[in-house]
Write a protein that binds this ligand. Structure first.
Ligand code: KIV
Length: 284
């Protein structure tokens, strides 16, 4: 029985001034742990292109890949609100294509809502999606799909009309029916002003503490890559060291012959344990 958080529950968290936690996830093993931690939202982000596929940006990710990761994540977690990211060129060419691809994230990926980068020319799509019954999370500021236009992953909104522009984009998204907005890589003061003026929740990443919630890429907050530590990331664990240590121990145990032991091997006859060789982990 699914008990995923709904968009209405997330919005009422803002009215109660309760902060919203959101992380990315791309597979069932991690999304099960996210459920155990009680995180409110999972985003199957196009950041998959970087952390899962090892690319330098998100641009090559396809809608089929996001659907695949959504299906994996959905099997591991039954409580978090599940958001599917609309990858680059899955909605930019036409309203019809945007509607069709968002529909695939819901029908095939099992998502409850979709995330779209940008405002302005995408507002008619946001309206059409909401009208169709597909809730939309907006995303403004440092929108990674525009990395080539920005000339790199750079903080946005520091120019003289940055506040007015970002505020207008956020208000446009709210008016078009978005249920929440990610604010990425913008000055904390601008994010604070947007969060105060909007009725819908803002989710910040590199946007300061006044946002109604926060999102981080899960590999970043778990410290799985010590060579990647931008200013806005806090390491809540240092799993790179832990995992490498465990793998080194395994390597030595295999090479020294101490693994597997007799207890870790099967005999010819069944002794006490009637269990199968293994059961399916996380199967609900
Ligand atoms: O793709 C992603 O992971 C994102 C978040 C970082 C907001 O868009």
């Amino acid at each position: 029985m699914m008990k995923r958080k709904t968009t209405l529950q997330l919005q009422s968290m803002k009215s109660r001034e309760e902060k919203i936690s959101m992380v990315t996830a791309y597979d069932a093993t991690m999304s099960r742990l996210v459920e155990l931690a009680g995180i409110d939202i999972i985003l199957v982000g196009d950041s998959a292109g970087m952390v899962m596929q090892g690319r330098s940006d998100t641009l090559a990710v396809s809608i089929d890949e996001i659907i695949y990761h959504c299906q994996c994540v959905g099997r591991g977690n039954t409580t978090a609100h599940l958001v599917g990211d609309m990858p680059f060129m899955s909605y930019q060419t036409s309203l019809e294509e945007g509607l069709r691809n968002a529909g695939r994230l819901v029908k095939e990926g099992g998502c409850q809502s979709v995330k779209i980068e940008g405002a302005g020319r995408h507002l008619p799509l946001v309206e059409a999606l909401v009208d169709t019954g597909i809730p939309v999370m907006g995303h403004i500021g440092l929108t990674p799909q525009s990395v080539n236009k920005f000339g790199g992953f750079k903080v946005q909104g520091r120019d003289s009309d940055g506040l007015e522009r970002l505020l207008a984009e956020a208000k446009g998204l709210e008016k078009a029916g978005a249920y929440s907005i990610v604010l990425e890589g913008i000055p904390a003061s601008i994010a604070a002003r947007i969060s105060t003026e909007l009725h819908i929740p803002t989710i910040g990443i590199g946007a300061g503490k006044t946002c109604d919630g926060q999102v981080l890429v899960i590999q970043d907050l778990l410290g799985m890559n010590s060579s990647f530590k931008p200013k806005f990331v806090r390491l809540f664990a240092e799993l790179e060291a832990t995992i490498v240590e465990a793998l080194k121990d395994y390597d030595s145990a295999v090479k020294s012959g101490s693994f597997p032991s007799e207890e870790e091997s099967f005999g010819l006859t069944k002794k006490s344990s009637p269990s199968p060789v293994y059961s399916t982990p996380g199967k609900k």
